[in-house]
Design a protein around this ligand. Structure first.
Ligand code: AMP
Ligand code: MG
Length: 488
């Protein structure tokens, strides 16, 4: 009997309901020699989506532009943005194609977007392509985020295109298929406000409220409520990043999601030794997007978002500004609350204690302690293990004696709180040298075993098998990554 092909996933294209200038109908480039490299069965399973189609030839044919027909019309989306604080005018999906939305069995709508899938009308001088290295980095780091329970776009699949992409030198081209609750960004609102009519900005805001924040529909001040809701999500997201030592690296307004998911993984990384001013991106010369600058930048980006809504807030411009500011100003306390309660869990404290946390962070950075190993060791001590390995981490024991005593007095012995401490402190993170190793094995030796191994371990970062202990360790001096891969 001939095998029947698995059915195409049923897709919608709800962005067609947006004002027409917000998108352009565009077909992904054809990649006849495409080869599937990874399909994220784990993620598809958690979404309740059958992975059979993604594994089939039909699946690869459609994703790589060879099938011709799409269930719904693919689009590239328009957006603007401030990049490193400077207005960039129109940006838009210059190398991404939105295939549409799939609905999960529990009713959740998810965008499916190709990244690296060829030129669009927003490509400007770019080639519309992505290098395999950048696709592997985004795949692994978004998997790490998902494993940590932090809101993120998902990596569903990646394939090589068979073409070479030039970034100073030639690299294999690749495409990432990613999911997101939404691909609308702060920059989407900036685009509408800068180029379209007020009624279009309103239509965009109404779309966002109806699709992603339906609980606000009945609010008397819907647009102010939207500013509050986006502010809340970003404050919580940025606190969660910082609690695991994550540095996004390119928090431009075009890379800030309206629904509060981590999106657009460029030169991002998790810190090894704790340094609050740490940056990874080789182009971030002023440390604009350093670990400890992320709340300030998040707040700044949200102000750019609120500005786009001002005419909808109040007919009197001054009154509109003061109403918006009132909502935006909650960012600081929302962030602090999320960060301090996260730190309370990380240190296993019975109650939040900002003074103790600040003192501890200073000690950690003075001794350049590995952020993840420190909290993992502390968790083990809290669970009754000896403190010798923890103390060995510090260069001067005299400095930590009082601190340790203080911690013992403040920490909880309650088993529920200890479990929450364990879950606040991953045993393993996507260390930058391991990500780079997975990339170079793939590029140099066509060996995807390190990539697959990292994916497996990062899916459950709270437990680690003896055989995977090497992935926990900080880099040796010769393993240190001195420059994070920016060849996008
Ligand atoms: P990113 O730095 O990836 O967030 O991208 C910023 C802007 O540059 C977006 O408008 C992208 O679509 C665009 N872009 C980045 N790389 C390329 C490329 N290779 N070809 C075309 N557009 C690109
Ligand atoms: Mg981007």
């Amino acid at each position: 009997m001939p095998e029947t092909s698995p059915a195409n996933p049923i897709l919608h294209q709800h962005y067609l309901d947006l004002p027409e200038a917000m998108f352009a109908k565009q077909q992904p480039a054809r990649s006849p020699a495409a080869e599937m490299l990874a399909i994220n069965d784990r993620l598809l399973q958690t979404m309740g989506i059958d992975s059979t189609w993604f594994h089939s030839n039909d699946g690869l044919n459609m994703l790589s532009g060879n099938a011709g027909d799409y269930p719904v019309e693919p689009i590239a989306m328009a957006y603007s943005g401030h990049q490193f604080g400077h207005w960039s005018g129109t940006l838009g999906d210059g190398r991404a194609h939105m295939l549409g939305q799939i609905t999960t069995p529990n009713g959740r709508s998810l965008d499916l977007q190709l990244k690296g899938s060829g030129r669009t009308q927003f490509s400007r001088g770019g080639d519309g392509r992505a290098t395999l290295g950048s696709v592997i980095r985004e795949y692994l780091v978004s998997e790490a985020m998902a494993g940590l329970g932090i809101a993120t776009t998902g990596s569903i699949a990646m394939f090589t295109t068979g073409d070479r992409v030039f970034r100073e030198q030639a690299f294999p081209g690749a495409v990432l298929l990613r999911s997101a609750s939404s691909h609308l960004r702060v920059g989407s609102f900036q685009y509408a406000a800068a180029n379209l009519e007020q009624q279009d900005v309103q239509a965009l805001a109404d779309f966002v409220i109806a699709r992603y924040f339906p609980e606000l529909t009945d609010s008397p001040d819907q647009y102010l409520a939207l500013i509050s809701a986006v502010t809340e999500r970003q404050a919580s997201l940025i606190a969660q990043w910082m609690l695991v030592g994550f540095i996004h690296g390119v928090m431009n307004t075009d890379n800030m999601s309206i629904v509060g998911e981590t999106i657009d993984f460029g030169p991002c990384a998790f810190m090894d030794e704790f340094n609050p001013a740490k940056v990874f991106s080789s182009i971030d010369h002023n440390g604009r997007y350093a670990w400890n600058q992320q709340p300030t930048i998040g707040h700044w980006n949200l102000a750019r978002f609120a500005e786009t809504l001002l005419p909808l807030l109040h007919p009197d411009p001054e009154k509109a500004v003061s109403l918006a500011e009132e909502r935006l100003n909650s960012f600081g306390s929302l962030f602090q609350q999320a960060f301090q309660s996260g730190m309370q869990r990380k240190f296993g404290l019975t109650r939040a204690n900002a003074d103790f946390v600040n003192h501890s962070l200073t000690l950690m950075s003075d001794s350049s302690l590995d952020f993840t190993v420190f909290f993992d060791q502390l968790t083990q001590v809290a669970c009754g293990e000896s403190d010798s390995l923890l103390l060995e981490m510090f260069d001067d024991l005299n400095k930590v004696k009082d601190w340790l005593q203080q911690w013992h007095a403040l920490k909880s012995v309650n088993s529920v709180e200890l479990e929450s401490m364990r879950l606040a402190n991953p045993a393993v993170i996507a260390r930058n040298h391991r990500v780079e190793e997975a990339i170079s094995s793939a590029l140099d030796d066509h060996d995807f075993a390190p990539f697959q191994r990292l994916c497996r371990v990062l899916a459950n970062p709270y437990e680690i098998d003896e055989a995977d202990r090497d992935l926990q360790a900080p880099p040796l001096p010769e393993q240190r990554v001195t420059q994070t891969f920016c060849g996008t």
